[in-house]
Structure formats: structure tokens, C-alpha cells
Design a protein around this ligand. Sequence first.
Ligand code: ACO
Length: 363
Amino acid sequence: MNFRPGLEGVVAVQTKLSDIDGDNGKLIFRGYHADQLAKQYNFEEAVHLLLYGRLPEPLELRQLKDKLAKERQLSERLKNLMNDLPEEMEMMAVLRTCISAMESQPAWPPTVEEAIRIIAIIPSILTYRYRQVNNLDPIPPKQDLDHVANYLYMMKGELPKASHVRALNAYFVLTAEHGMNAATFTSRVITSTESDLFSAITGAIGAMKGPLHGGAPSEVMKMLHDIGTIDNAEPWLRKALENRQKLMGFGHRVYKTNDPRSVALRDITGDLSTEDDWFAIARHVENTAITLLEEYKPGRKLYTNVEFYAAAVFRAVDLPEMLYTPTFTASRAAGWCAHVLEQAENNRIFRPLSEYTGPVKLK
Ligand code: ACO
């Protein structure tokens, strides 16, 4: 068999969790279009779909929400651990350390209850740490708020606007799962050794932390900030393309048409655009860039990817930049957990081959 760098084009796993149709711009979670889920359902319902295989009945949803709310409380052990970590330690490293420290008596095979513990606790870890390094008092979770609303509440200490919850909820649903990306693959490889869920998620966070993966939309934000005004969009973008720069938030390895997540986030953030001129600039940059990309990169089919409108959502809800990649992790943890459960259900240890390229016959 030929060596495929980065396993590109290799089907390594069979899954019932998601299907990405890059040519037609479709993303399916267990038979449902992700963009429709993001518009009609909340994150807890998407979590139920991923973990249990179907959307919940009202009573099942209530039970899942209650379980998630109960597991939000940070233990003294995790708080003490975070208090002891150096202030300069980056948020993804803090999160990785905390999830690793949660393991006491992990189960094999991993359980849905463990998955719920992990999904529930991530926003509490992130907001506790965010407030700690900013010398702000921690905000305990509010049991009667849904997952995403409670995340914003623990961050800011005030009840979030419904429009902000709706936008961030859509982001959480849309990014909860996305096929065999590097972090998800990592979680499945770790599980395949019959290690535990906490190790698998710790490893996935380690993979997500790399700049080629977590790909926080900070670069999009920086680009839009540099452009600054509608009038400056075309000259700025033209100059960037003439200098062979990549436009941030455009292009995707798999999607060769619109990224359905980007389209859904653009629709959902539409009603926020009245609050902030920045959205008008973002739309103008999108339209101008697509026209210019056709001119400078004919036939490459480059459109906005999820990062472009994730930047819009994060800006709208006033998410601090240190929480960009960690917030992506908070949503994607649902997909990782579902993959770990699926891997454990029908396990075979990963053991690909390597091709020796070193010296031969030295003696
Ligand atoms: N701006 C300008 N040109 C681009 C862009 C872009 N954003 N993306 C691709 N191209 C061009 C390349 O220069 C190349 O042109 P060439 O054939 O003349 O050399 C051609 O399109 C193919 O590009 P590749 O880099 O080979 O495409 P690939 O599928 O490997 O890359 C990637 C996908 C990495 C996302 C790329 O489009 C990119 O770097 N985009 C900008 C960064 C970005 O937005 N990252 C977030 C991705 S979404 C996510 O990670 C969740």
C-alpha cells in the first residue's frame, strides 16, 4: 500500500455520527442536517443526538439538562489545581491538565455518564480560570440556565441576552462534531488501546491545541480589524492576494463549496448586525473576497469557512480572545465523547504500518 502523508484520503474509521459532503456543502449529524439542528435545537439536544443516537423526547431532554447542570459544579480539587498552575499557562494547557486530573476510577468501556461529566465541566473550568487570571471573583454556575447560557453567565456574571445565547448555541451545535479531524482521530486512537475516556479527551485537547487545528478565528478578527472600513476592503484584499497571502476564514480542505456551518452562522448572526457596524464590514469583505478569489485563484472554489462567521459570533457575544479555541473545544468535546463511545463499542486497536526510509546495510 502507498504511503499517504497525513493519511490523506485514507478511510480509517466507520462512523454513524457525522457525514461531510464537501462537494455539496452538507454536514449531517446522525441523519440530520447540522445547519437545521443549529437553527431549531439547543446544544443539549445535539449532545443527546450524538451520545444516545437520537433526538430526545421532552422528558429525556429534561433529564439530560438536569444531569449536565448537576455536573457543572467544580470540585475543590480542580479549583486548587487551577490556583496552583502558573498564571502564564495557556488556557488549552489548563483545560488539558484539569480533564486529566478528573480521572479517578475510569470505566471500561467508557460510559455516557462520564461523557456528560466532561461536557458539563469544561465551561466551568474555562470561566473559573478566565476570571482567576483577570483577578475577578468566580461566578458559580446557575442550575436553571441551559448549557450555553450558563457558560456566558459564568464568564460575565450577568444574564446573557437571548440573541447572544442563540448565536453561541448555534455555534456550539454546528461545531460539536466534524468527522475524522486530527483531535477526534486522536481520541479514537487512545480509546483503541482500551484506555479511558479522560485520557482520550486529554489527548484530543492536546491535538486541538496545535495552531493547525484549533485554528481560532483570531486571525479573521485581525484581518477585519486591519481592513477597518468598507472602502478599504478591496484594496486590502487585492494587495494580500497579490502578495500570495492566504485570506483568513476562506477555503477548506473538504468543502469545495460553501461551508454549511459558515452559511448557518451568517444567517443566525443576521439579527445581531444592527448592534455593530463590524458585521457590515464582514459581509462586504466576504462578498469582495469571493469575487477576488475567483479572479486570483480561478477554479479553486474558495468560500468562507466556519472560522469566518465564528469570529462574528465571538465578537457579538464579546468572548475574550483567550477563550476562542477553548470554546471550540467546549463544543467539540461532545463529538469526541461520542466517538470514544462508538470506538469502544466495536474496538480494534489502531496499528498502521510505517515505511522504513533510513540507511540500509551499514555493516
Ligand atoms: N486565501 C487565498 N488563497 C487560498 C486560500 C485562502 N484562504 N485557501 C486556499 N487558497 C489557494 C492556495 O493558495 C492554492 O492556490 P495555488 O494552487 O495557486 O497554490 C489553492 O487555493 C489550494 O490551496 P491549498 O492550501 O492547497 O488548499 P487546502 O485544501 O490544503 O487548504 C486551508 C485548506 C488550509 C483551510 C486553506 O484554505 C487556508 O489556509 N485557509 C486560510 C486559513 C483558514 O481559514 N483556516 C481555517 C480552516 S477551517 C478549520 O480549520 C475549522
